[in-house]
Write a protein that binds this ligand. Structure first.
Ligand code: PFF
Length: 457
């Protein structure tokens, strides 16, 4: 370990890196968003498209980000800057995305904490689940207090550093999450009437597919794999030169996808078994599932299991977001980890306050028609994240160059690069074009054009 990596920290083992990076990837995106997106977009057909996106762009972009991070041993901004001064902006976009996402992600983390508290002390009555959720998130102080607790938990882990905090926490929480999830899946798929839900989730009906389904699948693939915001660049920068990047870039998406599929099997069969609609959208986890737990034997117990597993998933993702911002400040301003972490966690907590209030007292405060919470999410996920990913493809494909990337990926020829041709084709041509379209769609340009030509998206 050289002196620089001593200061910045490094993973103690490759398995530690895999669990931490998988921890970043597996989060609310898998357990909350994926089942509701599948539910709202026709089930199986969405799942097939999502898998396709993971294979076509997920693997390639993850590998690209890892290569940039490991090559430079610097976090997002420093990494781009070291390779080419003019491209620091690509890293800066990533850091802004991380910052924005964490501000509202932590608010949702707070909701999860509140639900754990609620289940430990008795659970939620099914018929009151909607009213409970609505009145909780729209109240002024309670969600902010829980948001504070969630942020404080992230802060404590990140304060302990890369191997002592993030790696250790992930090594405990990731296996625990997996075991809890399996428990909930077994319960869900063995309920009477679960088969309908399993069929809905796994049997594709392509007549339901529209361009928006494809776009939703692509956006979800990015969010779920933590791409386009410097998280994987940052985590890759703590990797030793002897590790096999290609193998890592195959394993992490495989774990992430496996967990998303299990989450679908945990949620949708139960929703069908109790006669609820799978199309509830974002409230599926906070309103529909509590109704399901209430109707189920030992529902309180399964409610606790489920929300604890979501907490673990959310925490390991949130710490990676905080680490993106913290490592940027450490690398660029040479500030101590402790000061950087506490200072940034405080700022992100403060920005999270209007996100939380946007669901209640500040709901009339709109930016471009969005409340503050939705605006942060729109700005980060729809506008900036695809832009960061697109910049990375162009950077690797045409500026830094695929040869340099390949040199890094193979550790200077030490490892065979099985998917080399695929990587080149994707990173130079296919991924940038696809991402450009996601972006046009997400910022509303594609829908506007479609409207002019009277095309249904
Ligand atoms: N991948 C996380 C999820 O699925 O919930 C969200 C996320 C974490 C996105 C970290 C980006 C990131 F850098």
């Amino acid at each position: 370990m050289n002196s620089q990596s001593n200061q910045r920290g490094q993973w103690a083992s490759n398995i530690g890196f895999i669990l931490a990076a998988a921890g970043s990837a597996v989060g609310l995106g898998n357990i909350w968003k994926f089942p509701y997106l599948a539910g709202a977009n026709g089930g199986g057909a969405f799942v097939v498209l999502y898998l396709l996106m993971i294979v076509v762009i997920g693997f390639v972009i993850m590998l690209g980000e890892m290569a940039i991070g490991r090559k430079t041993q610097l976090s997002a901004v420093g990494a781009y800057k070291k390779l080419n001064e003019k491209w620091a902006f690509a890293g800066i976009i990533g850091v802004i995305v991380g910052f924005c996402i964490l501000s509202f992600y932590s608010v949702i983390g707070g909701w999860v904490l509140n639900y754990i508290g609620k289940y430990v002390t008795g659970g939620i009555v099914g018929s009151e689940a909607g009213a409970y959720f609505g009145s909780f998130i729209s109240s002024t102080t309670a969600p902010i207090v829980w948001h504070f607790i969630f942020m404080a938990m992230c802060c404590i882990i990140v304060l302990k550093g890369v191997s002592g905090g993030i790696e250790k926490a992930s090594k405990v929480m990731m296996p625990a999450l997996f075991i809890l999830l399996i428990g909930v899946v077994i319960r869900s798929v063995t309920l009477d009437g679960a088969m309908e839900g399993i069929k809905f989730f796994l049997k594709p009906d392509f007549s339901k597919v529209t361009i928006s389904t494809v776009m939703a699948a692509m956006g979800q693939a990015f969010f779920s794999l933590s791409l386009g915001m410097g998280a994987i660049i940052t985590y890759g920068s703590y990797l030793g030169k002897e590790e096999n990047l290609e193998k890592n870039a195959l394993i992490i998406p495989a774990i992430d996808t496996g967990v998303a599929m299990l989450a679908g099997l945990a949620v949708l069969p139960a929703v069908f078994a109790f006669g609820f609609e799978p199309t509830a959208g974002p409230s599926l986890m906070f309103i529909t599932l509590p109704s399901v737990f209430d109707a189920m034997p030992f529902g309180q117990f399964f409610g606790i299991l489920f929300f604890v597993l979501i907490l673990f998933a959310a925490l390991t993702s949130a710490i990676s977001l905080l680490e993106v911002v913290v490592s940027f400040v450490i690398d660029i301003f040479k500030i101590e980890r402790k000061k950087a972490t506490i200072g940034l966690a405080t700022i992100i907590f403060l920005v999270g306050i209007p996100c939380s209030l946007a669901n209640g007292p500040m709901s009339d405060f709109l930016i471009m028609g969005y409340n503050f919470f939705d605006f942060m999410s729109f700005l980060a996920e729809n506008v900036l994240m695809p832009l960061a990913a697109l910049s990375m493809c162009i950077f690797i494909g045409y500026v830094w160059g695929v040869d340099n990337a390949i040199e890094e990926i193979t550790s200077g020829g030490r490892y065979k690069f099985v998917f080399k041709k695929f990587f080149i084709l994707m990173i130079r041509y296919v991924a940038p074009v696809l991402i450009f379209f996601i972006w046009l769609n997400a910022i509303g340009v594609l829908p506007a054009i479609a409207k002019v030509f009277g095309i249904q998206l």
